[in-house]
Design a protein around this ligand. Sequence first.
Ligand code: NAD
Ligand code: UGA
Length: 365
Amino acid sequence: MKVLLLGAGGFIGVNLTERLLRDGVHDVVAVDIQEEKIDHLINAPDSKLTYLHLDISKDEAEVDKLVADADIVVDLVAVANPSLYVESPFEVYDLNYTQNMKVVEQCRKYKKRLIQFSTCEVYGITAAKAAEQFGLSSKENPCPFSEDETPLIMGPVKNHRWIYACAKQLLERVLDALWKTEGFQFSVIRPFNFVGPRIDYLPSESGGGNPRVFSHFMDALLYGNKPMQLVDGGEAFRAYTYIDDAVDCMVRIIEDKNNNCEGQIFNIGTPENELTIAELATKMCDMFDEHFRQEGDPPRPEIVSISGEEFYGKGYEDCDRRIADITKARTLLGWEPEHDLDSVIFNTMKYFVDEHRKKQATAGA
Ligand code: NAD
Ligand code: UGA
């Protein structure tokens, strides 16, 4: 098959591209507007990758041709960073819904199968948190979330954090409507906190910015410029999935060997790998001390609490807990995540530490 990957230069895209190239079964055409993370694949000797620097918002005619020429389209393009949901909510809506809809229309025109990346954030907050906000008590454990049964609960409009989830949810609803009315072929993927090599960037190396939590904590460990900051005490839970496990599931959806992915929404997550963000901070400090610490590294960082408003700005509201029900991926795809929590965190930390040591060696040479 000829697989067209839009947003291939991002964290998930690069890892998926690497795997598809390694398998060597499919032709891969990769599109992005940033080459930093995918450079090593574009410039590898004997690279079989076709890469094009194209913007899905502006280069419609070129993207249209690529869609016409592809067998399957995988759309990863989005703003996927919570600080931007609050800072630039309209841009989040525009890219994640309006511009992505252009790709949907192109796939519709050429009758191409589309794999659309959504998010676990469409589930919003848990029923327990919503009940608490109404002054009710909830004894039922609302997790795990199930694709076709769990209601999607989001906060008020003024809390702009939810614009990301709303845009993704609307896209999902449009795809499902098109499938129902005209048999449009799609699958949706809802990732649950993937981490691994090439996730985001370290603020100390990029002159600032506000990436996802793993990168902030690595920055504190490797550069010591800031403490580890726990937003609202770090009480929120996350369940982490290693990128290789996630990519393995994606490849199964792309290949659809059992011919049962059409019209399906898939959670991809590792339900057992749950912890609070406060626990994540301590675990990363302990692992760093045990496995990676070298002479000259900054001291173990301080761990402090900060309010959501101070950290992200007004309009931030957190997802309190999210665990994937992965029964569907297990039964339809025969997929099972293999990495436990310690190996997910260790492997991702190792990537950051190795890259850092390489930079230190180059700077010292
Ligand atoms: P990412 O930010 O690393 O990748 C997105 C890529 O899209 C970037 O390389 C960016 O340059 C590219 N892009 C942005 N605008 C573009 C445009 N106009 N034209 C072409 N390319 C453009 O994000 P990621 O973590 O790799 O996430 C990929 C997808 O998965 C996103 O849709 C995201 O919402 C979704 N997702 C990811 C996670 C996760 O755990 N990483 C969780 C939930 C959802
Ligand atoms: C993110 C993004 O929304 C999407 O990329 C994606 O949908 C989702 O991850 C995902 O990976 O599934 P989130 O998990 O909230 O959502 O993003 P992080 O920045 O990784 O934050 C996780 C938790 O850590 C939140 O509770 C946040 O408030 C907290 N946090 C973040 C800190 O305590 N300290 C920090 O320095 C950064």
